[in-house]
Design a protein around this ligand. Structure first.
Ligand code: NDP
Ligand code: 8X3
Length: 249
């Protein structure tokens, strides 16, 4: 029987590439996101069965309903890929719009929590499961303007480890996949539709591709059950770290 992966944020970027990868490998996929038209065209393009769920992960009741009302062919979920997320803005903390911080916390933290909690009982009952969370290098390394975005991804890292602590005896695996600079719609969203600013982020860099991340997610999810991949951190070949920033008088 085909296994099922539930992928949030499947309308674009990593989520779409991950749905394509799992489907190509013979999996059934549940593809979730807010843009119904994109989900429908993705569904039509996939080689194996796909179930569309139009879902805003910030809506707790809608998340509970989505996991509670899955068709039999897509239940139970074998792998949950908590990918939906975003950065909004790159302003220093003292000038930020608080609504942007709320949006990131509500999506990257609370939405991920809701999906995880809604999915876990069926995994426990089934005696098998794997949760792959999309973190970020921004959760480990600070940069100017990363403020709450990076903090939400630090949450993803620690929540992944703590989930593992809870689930270790239940045959449920947990992986935090933490990419760096990757060319998706991420920067266009961060800069609120300013495509010129978004493109500038990737110019002169050969960034990570969505397919590279899908590859890492699929690899982690297809390891044998005797191992758990706790974390995968990926950077672009031209991306590294800054030294400490010491400001002199
Ligand atoms: P994209 O903007 O291309 O994709 C983001 C996806 O998240 C979209 O499918 C979007 O769907 C979905 N999404 C956003 N908000 C919600 C919501 N409230 N409810 C449901 N779905 C939502 O970006 P990426 O593919 O790059 O990002 C995917 C994940 O990877 C994010 O968590 C991001 O933080 C993380 N990441 C990105 C990196 C990068 O440089 N690109 C690097 C490291 C991590 P829709 O709008 O249709 O709802
Ligand atoms: C996205 C990667 O470095 O732009 O999570 O924050 S970065």
């Amino acid at each position: 029987m085909a296994k099922t992966a539930f992928i949030t944020g499947a309308t674009s970027g990593f989520g779409k590439a991950t749905a394509e990868r799992f489907s190509a490998e013979g999996w059934n996929v549940v593809i979730a996101g807010r843009r119904a038209d994109r989900l429908q065209s993705l569904q039509a393009s996939l080689p194996n069965p796909a179930h569309v769920v139009v879902l805003d992960v910030r809506d707790r009741a809608a998340v509970e309903a989505a996991f509670g009302e899955l068709p039999a062919a897509f239940s139970p979920i074998d792998v949950l890929i908590n990918n939906a997320g975003l950065a909004v803005g790159l302003e220093p903390a003292d000038g930020v719009d608080l609504d942007d911080w709320d949006t990131m916390v509500d999506t990257n933290i609370k939405g991920l929590m809701y999906c995880t909690r809604a999915c876990l009982p069926q995994m426990v009952e089934n005696g098998y499961g794997h949760i792959v969370n999309l973190g970020s290098v921004a959760g480990a390394y600070p940069y100017p303007g990363g403020n709450v975005y990076g903090a939400t991804k630090a949450f993803v890292r620690q929540f992944s480890l703590n989930l593992r602590a809870d689930l270790v005896g239940k045959n449920i695996h947990v992986t935090d996949v933490a990419p760096g600079l990757a060319n998706t719609e991420f920067s266009a969203v961060r800069f609120k539709g300013d495509q010129e600013k978004a493109d500038a982020v990737y110019s002169g860099v050969d960034p990570i591709r969505a397919e590279d991340v899908a590859d890492a997610v699929y690899w982690a999810a297809s390891r044998p059950p005797n191992i758990n991949i706790n974390m995968i951190e990926i950077m672009a070949g031209k991306q590294a770290f800054n030294p400490f920033n010491v400001v002199k008088d």
